[in-house]
Design a protein around this ligand. Structure first.
Ligand SMILES: C[S@@+](CC[C@H](N)C(=O)[O-])C[C@H]1O[C@@H](n2cnc3c(N)ncnc32)[C@H](O)[C@@H]1O
Length: 275
């Protein structure tokens, strides 16, 4: 387990991990025919690093408990939960595989108080085109002419739904990055403090557990041309994501015993990264 609030890891995926009893296990992906282990889809643009989900699920749930991911994307949370023997309900507006249910995160088709943990990695404004569905929150500009009102209102609705489906006293994790863009035509730089804005909305419903900074091993940061552009044009590349860990008010649920160590990094990063 990562012991501090600064998380860094050399790979997008993991191949071996310690389960709840401290036994070394290989992932479901490594045991099947996949050439190398991965959680979620390698081709999915905007996938969450699976070890981030692993850390949350391992720390805040026990085997058999139910984890919900209302924006499941390439299915990372489902695969991590399978490794850790948790039940996972993955939903997405544009399901990428059959075990993801179709649904709008603003109206999660689950009963009240039915989840033991919720993980969510939402669109960070319009930086990736996830689908043509007009309900996609990734089509709402956090720096639009409405000052991002539509994006933040949509995310407030998602946060309210997470609060509704989560059992009182249980935890949730929201993984997000700020965003920045240069508008050539208007000749102006736009910084979107999405992390702070969403954190303010989370506080309307949840008590804070902690805030983790996750270092981004982004391909963009590693590429020389991006580095040179950032220096020459005087802008910053996104270097970290926030992981906001929150608890729904209520009687605190007993938490599982801590795992001895983190899953083992087996190789250098693979798969697509967030731009
Ligand atoms: C950052 S991706 C999630 C990545 C995922 N955790 C993974 O590892 O693959 C954001 C997802 O939110 C989904 N999405 C956008 N608007 C949505 C909505 N209103 N309801 C449900 N899902 C939505 C997109 O289709 C996209 O798959």
């Amino acid at each position: 387990m990562q012991p501090t609030t600064l998380w860094d890891y050399p790979s997008q995926h993991y191949e071996r991990f310690l389960d709840d009893t401290g036994t070394v296990r290989t992932t479901r992906a490594a045991r099947t025919s996949r050439a190398f282990a991965q959680q979620g889809s390698q081709a999915y643009e905007g996938a969450t690093p699976s070890w981030v989900v692993w850390q949350c699920v391992r720390r805040y749930t026990s085997p058999g408990q139910t984890v919900v991911d209302p924006m499941c994307g390439g299915g990372t949370t489902i695969d991590v939960c399978a490794d850790l023997d948790r039940q996972c309900i993955g939903l997405d507006l544009a399901p990428s595989r059959p075990d993801i249910r179709q649904g709008d995160a603003r109206k999660i088709a689950l009963p009240n108080n039915s989840a033991d943990f919720v993980f969510i990695d939402p669109p960070y404004s319009t930086h990736i085109n996830y689908s043509e569905d007009p309900r996609c929150i990734g089509r709402l500009d956090a720096a639009g002419e409405d000052q991002g009102r539509a994006y933040y209102d949509a995310m407030r609705q998602v946060i309210a739904e997470i609060s509704r489906v989560l059992r009182p006293g249980c935890a949730m994790g929201l993984f997000v990055s700020d965003s920045w863009r240069r508008t050539q035509r208007a000749k102006r730089d736009v910084f979107m403090p999405i992390g702070f804005e969403l954190y303010a909305r989370l506080l309307e419903r949840f008590d804070p557990i902690d805030i983790v900074i996750v270092a981004r091993q982004s391909a963009k940061i590693e590429k020389g041309n991006w580095r040179m552009a950032a220096e020459a044009q005087n802008f910053y590349l996104r270097g970290f994501n926030y992981l906001f860990l929150m608890r729904k008010p209520g009687p605190e649920q007993p938490e599982p015993p801590p795992a001895p160590v983190t899953p083992r990094p087996d190789r250098r990063p693979s798969g697509p990264r967030r731009p």
